[in-house]
Design a binder for this molecule. Structure first.
Ligand code: SF4
Ligand code: SF4
Length: 261
């Protein structure tokens, strides 16, 4: 679920397991992408070096066993990316699973202010938090449906929107099965997680990864042989959201309860 609209993903109010279970490009030229996401005149890169998107392939790792639901990531994302009120590029869901198998999922205000201890009346067997964001899928319905080519994937694996070309039709918002997109009420164009492209192309972590106090969110690079995120992906059991959709998400999860997620 995502929090900002009535579609499945933007964060949910409290819903039952039954409700929950019932919901269910190509890269443009490099010069275009850099112009889109970096301030004019910016020299992207680490220590003054030019950023070369052929040398990176970004992935994202979320460890649900670590997340404490504090919402720091949601607040950091809003501050970093000027996300409008009540809209979310990332959010956190809380799952509570009863002994009888019933599951309650909620994400009040995208968990921007964390979670209150709300009694569900259930005999809770298990509870956990699931941070969500755009999965930067490699088989993206959002790109496929865009009638003007404003949604695209970069060579380093990030799905972006060109606001200069987006006509705000909302087809991609409807096409994303994860609820990761919304129409920005200020720009009237499609909006979503950019993986803080302006930061990662300058050698920084995303704002959410940077702020997380428990290391539940990690950024990885497939082209970095020393990247321990890639070591985790290679050696630990990992999951993606709704794998049956064959969208090839590049946001990977540790400890996800596939029974309900
Ligand atoms: S999560 Fe949604 S918006 Fe992000 S790449 Fe996948 S289909 Fe597109
Ligand atoms: S900052 Fe980290 S621990 Fe806090 S809600 Fe976000 S992912 Fe979970």
């Amino acid at each position: 679920m995502a929090p900002h609209d009535k579609k499945p993903a933007q964060p949910p109010a409290t819903i039952s397991r039954r409700q929950f279970l019932s919901r269910s490009s190509t890269a443009l030229a490099g010069s275009m992408v850099i112009a889109l996401v970096l301030p004019e005149g910016t020299s992207a890169g680490v220590d003054g070096a030019e950023y070369d998107w052929n040398r990176h392939r970004w992935v994202y790792l979320i460890d649900t066993t670590k997340c404490i639901g504090c919402g720091s990531c949601v607040r950091a994302c809003r501050a970093e990316n000027s996300v409008p009120p009540h809209m979310y590029r990332t959010w956190v869901e809380r799952y509570e699973i009863a002994v009888e198998g019933e599951a309650f999922i909620e994400s009040p205000n995208g968990a921007e202010h964390g979670f209150d201890a709300v009694p569900t009346g259930l005999d809770v067997r298990k509870g956990f938090f699931v941070p969500k964001l755009c999965n930067h899928c490699r088989a993206t319905p959002c790109i496929q449906v865009c009638p003007v080519g404003a949604s695209f994937a970069t060579r380093d694996g990030v799905v972006l929107v060109d606001p200069e070309h987006c006509i705000g039709c909302g087809y991609c918002v409807q096409a994303c099965p994860y609820g990761s997109r919304f129409i920005n009420p200020e720009t009237h164009t499609a909006d979503k997680c950019t993986l803080c492209y302006h930061r990662i192309t300058a050698g920084q972590k995303t704002a959410c990864v940077q702020i997380c106090p428990v290391g539940a969110r990690r950024l990885g690079d497939r082209h970095d042989p020393d990247d321990d995120v890639m070591e985790i992906l290679a050696t630990r059991p990992i999951q993606v959201l709704q794998p049956e959709l064959l969208t090839r998400p590049q946001a990977f999860y540790l400890g996800l309860d596939m029974e309900v997620c």
